[in-house]
Write a protein that binds this ligand. Structure first.
Ligand SMILES: [Zn+2]
Length: 439
């Protein structure tokens, strides 16, 4: 009715990719490049499974199933990299880690974070009551300012709601509470942003300790928060993280690299008992696991992305009506990542209805799941071109803040990216990160 060939064409038109063909060729290129690595990784995991089964007196059937993947992936990291997650977490108590992260943003972007005490909260609360500007007593509030090099101006408010409690959202995410924009009289309405996470609460004896993947998550979500705070748009519609879906994750994905850089891990660390920094040897071990089974992981992401594109670009309405979605979902998975399911046990391909539990398909990421992968391309490109050599380069940090973060979605994101990179984006850094040669 709207004149588009299919839903994907309609959805992608105003994204960075513009047309489904760009998305499809990106996904199929990635698939070709990742396939050999996936086969290799799976063969290794299958070997591990065989040994494990034999040690338990079972007869291996020689298949590597969907449900084996996470189990043997973890076993492999434990056995072959001897990573002790609990030991690493002792170096990352929540409080000092958050403090360390804010310091990184201070140095990089020229921001200052001031924690609001009871008196300050009272002063700025419209009702004069401190408790009226937070929704729970656990919530920490910072007022955020530009430092002297950035002109000392006010930036906005950062709320941290870090611990679980009954009835609370169960994930880790960033939410905009109030966008920034220019008011009719030309004055600026400042943003407020909240990090809602679920890190265990400290006890009297032990602080809340973050596992490395939690450190990465926290930094990722704080990254969205900073994107939100840095916004300087005229209209609230385009403020902060209100960018297109195939770009919105890029800034936070880029920041995750700081948590995989030894100098940054060192400076963030602070042993909860001794105050010592994390030893080099532990950092090296940790960093060596960054790309373990990465091809398989990305092939699974590709399965989601390719299924999403396939169901949203049928040749005809009739084709869609006849579609057996479960069969397509299972067959694509087996084809793309090689992970077997009940069909390998003679039960056909219509089991499970996995696509029905995949909310992204209709929850706003329809014909958009590829965005998780394509924004990895942009984030790797930005990191490698500006920060890999020196992640604490304040000049580059400020340039990034003003060229990328500040603009939000107020101009075509491809334009923003080109302005920051000084050229069109390239997938070389992304493939290099995955250990694959560039095209
Ligand atoms: Zn994110």
């Amino acid at each position: 009715m709207l004149g588009y060939a299919n839903h994907a064409a309609f959805r992608i038109e105003d994204k960075m990719a513009k047309v489904p063909e760009t998305v499809n060729s990106f996904l199929s290129d990635l698939r070709t490049k990742l396939a050999p690595g996936g086969v290799k990784e799976q063969a290794h995991l299958l070997e591990l499974k065989k040994k494990d089964e034999e040690s338990r007196g079972l007869t291996p059937d020689g298949n590597f199933y969907l449900w084996d993947n996470r189990f043997y992936d973890r076993m492999m990291v434990e056995q072959e990299y001897s990573i002790d997650e609990t030991k690493i977490s002792e170096y990352f108590p929540l409080q000092s880690t958050v403090q360390g992260m804010l310091e990184i943003f201070e140095k990089l972007f020229g921001l200052v974070f001031v924690k609001l005490d009871q008196e300050e909260r009272q002063r700025i609360s419209p009702t004069g009551k401190a408790e009226d500007i937070a929704w729970h007593e656990d919530v920490i509030i910072f007022s955020v300012w530009d430092d002297a090099s950035e002109g000392d101006g006010f930036v906005g408010y950062l709320y941290l709601d870090l611990h679980p409690r009954q009835g609370k959202y169960g994930h880790a995410a960033n939410f905009n509470l109030q966008p920034g924009y220019l008011q009719k009289d030309g004055s600026r309405r400042f943003p407020a942003t909240a990090l809602v996470c679920n890190f265990s609460k400290p006890t009297e004896k032990k602080p809340s300790l973050l596992k490395h993947d939690e450190v990465v998550t926290l930094f990722h979500e704080l990254g969205h928060g900073i994107h939100d705070l840095a916004g300087r748009c005229r209209y609230s519609r385009f403020h902060g993280t209100s960018t297109v879906r195939d770009f919105v994750e890029a800034p936070s994905q880029m920041l995750e690299n700081w948590c995989w850089t030894s100098s940054q891990l060192k400076s963030l660390s602070n042993h909860y008992e001794t105050g010592e920094k994390i030893p080099d040897e532990l950092i090296e071990k940790l960093i060596s696991t960054k790309h373990v089974n990465d091809a398989l992981f990305n092939l699974r992401q590709l399965h989601f992305g390719i299924f999403d594109m396939t169901v949203h670009s049928p040749n005809s309405h009739e084709e869609l009506e006849k579609l057996d979605a479960s069969k397509l979902y299972n067959e694509l998975r087996a084809e793309i990542c090689g992970l077997k399911g009940p069909e390998a046990l003679g039960q056909g391909s219509t089991w499970g209805n996995g696509q029905a539990t995949f909310g992204h398909l209709i929850g706003g990421y329809d014909a958009g799941y590829y965005g998780y992968l394509s924004s990895e391309v942009y984030s790797a490109d930005m990191f490698h071109s500006s920060f890999k050599k020196d992640p604490m380069n304040g000049k580059e940090g400020r340039r990034y803040r003003h060229t990328v973060l500040e603009r939000g979605g107020s101009q075509d994101e491809m334009e923003t990216l080109k302005q920051f990179l000084g050229r069109a984006p390239s997938s070389d850094a992304f493939y290099a990160e995955l250990g694959l040669a560039a095209a």
